[in-house]
Design a protein around this ligand. Structure first.
Ligand SMILES: *Cc1c(COP(=O)(O)O)cnc(C)c1O
Length: 427
């Protein structure tokens, strides 16, 4: 038995499914998950000492490359002074000021420990600020695992959602409306029906949890206008896209000023750190200033903040995003060309340091498009590449991530491996 299999069996005896987050179990691709024991730069190594070029990047945080020496040094320095105090610190102010400088829409913010906490808190805040209960989300967007967001569309367009997880009372999700992504007419119809009851709309402004799906300009412009007209809070969930698709996130690419923004992944540089922030008038509703309660024992943890601050410093160095974007494009163009040569139906898309691979003839615009792609081909590609020493996320519905440590040579190696895998798939 291979070491990964041994560990998976041992894990399954003590941890449900053997993992601490479901996608890691390889459930949707089959086979044995690789237990990672080390990461450095663009590489990860599994428990059997196999090396992989890694395009998961811890699902986004590893934008400067794994175990970056400067980030590690910042973490070491912070750790020596104590791991957590449960009291305010100066570095929390520094990182908050830094984030607000990068994102002009964020006038004030609060630090939390996970993206789930950030979105859950932003929604409570929007409800507290507006005094309304209803919220709108879009099909295929993931905003963490809090109750009111684990919702799938109901039977009709203007009906409320049903729980997408056992354990979520239908009573909690009856306030959540689920609309199709990129559907401007459905959005208008919902607001025409009950716009003045909607506390907020939360959106992945470039979706990354149904693979990569870009919104149309018309859709995001309409969304901003209609929420403003109805006094509803617009929440850009940039936990994935923030500091990833561009330094200023999707909002900088769209030219949109959301009322609230949620952040995570990159801002912690691999440590548990996330944030939500936006208009001062709305943020003032949070406890201890206002009546919306929100708290956290480890919020603004000094070691996590140190990793985040150093990461934010590195990504603001000249040329960082130009390089990241060029390398992402090198990869997706190379993969598309390799698929074409083998006659495999495949398209790819990217923005900044994030990309999507689709076993379909066209780029998806909705969740329905995404689910219509050839999942069997994705599985064969995924396992073929893993065998060749290249790791993508173990699901056809996940986006992939580039880091600054991926050199043009490593990308060429990846494309070479893909040529082999596509060729084997076409026989
Ligand atoms: C990852 C993610 C979350 C949840 O963040 P966690 O830190 O996993 O709780 C929320 N929203 C989006 C868009 C994400 O990609």
């Amino acid at each position: 038995m291979n070491r990964n299999e041994e560990l998976f069996n041992r894990a399954k005896a003590i941890i449900p499914g053997g993992v601490n987050s479901p996608v890691r179990a390889f459930g949707s691709v089959g086979g044995v998950p690789r237990f990672i024991k080390k990461a450095q730069g663009a590489f990860v190594w599994d428990a059997a000492d196999k090396q992989y070029i890694d395009y998961v990047g811890s699902w986004g945080p590893a934008i400067v490359g794994h175990a970056h020496p400067e980030v590690l040094e910042a973490v070491r320095e912070a750790a020596v002074d104590g791991l957590s105090f449960g009291a305010p610190t100066e570095v929390e102010i520094v990182i908050a000021e830094e984030i607000a400088k990068i994102l002009p829409s964020v006038e004030q913010l609060r630090l939390v420990s996970s993206g789930t906490e950030a979105t859950m808190s932003a929604i409570r805040l929007a409800r507290g600020y507006t005094g309304r209960d209803k919220i709108v989300k879009f099909e295929g967007c993931y905003h963490g695992h809090s109750d009111s967001l684990l919702v799938k569309a109901g039977s009709g367009l203007l009906t409320f959602g049903n729980p997408s997880s056992a354990g979520v009372p239908a009573d909690f999700t009856k306030h959540t409306v689920v609309l199709p992504y990129n559907d401007t007419e459905a959005l208008k119809e919902a607001f025409a029906g009950f716009g003045h009851e909607i506390a907020c709309v939360i959106i992945e402004p470039i979706a990354g949890n149904m693979n990569l799906v870009k919104p149309s300009s018309e859709f995001v412009q309409t969304l901003r206008r209609i929420t403003e007209e109805n006094g509803s809070v617009l929440i850009y969930d940039e936990v994935m896209t923030g500091f990833r698709v561009a330094l200023g996130g999707a909002q900088s690419l769209h030219g949109i000023t959301p009322d609230l923004t949620t952040m995570g992944k990159v801002i912690g540089g691999g440590m548990p750190l996330a944030a939500f922030g936006g208009k001062k008038e709305i943020m003032a509703c949070i406890s201890p200033l206002g009546g919306v309660y929100q708290a956290g024992t480890l919020s603004g943890n000094p070691v996590a903040v140190a990793a985040g601050l150093k990461t934010l410093e590195i990504i603001q160095r000249p040329g960082f995003y130009e390089n990241l974007t060029a390398r992402t494009e090198q990869l997706v163009n190379g993969l598309a060309e390799a698929a074409r040569a083998a006659g495999t139906v495949f398209t790819a898309d990217s923005v900044g340091g994030m990309f999507g691979l689709y076993f379909a003839g066209k780029k998806p615009e909705t969740y329905a498009d995404m689910t219509a792609s050839n999942i069997e081909n994705f599985k064969r590609f995924f396992h073929g590449m893993l065998e060749e020493g290249v790791a993508f996320g173990p699901s056809a519905y996940e986006a992939s991530f580039m880091s600054a440590a991926h050199t043009p040579e490593l990308i060429e190696d990846t494309v070479k491996a893909a040529r082999k895998v596509f060729a084997a798939m076409s026989v």
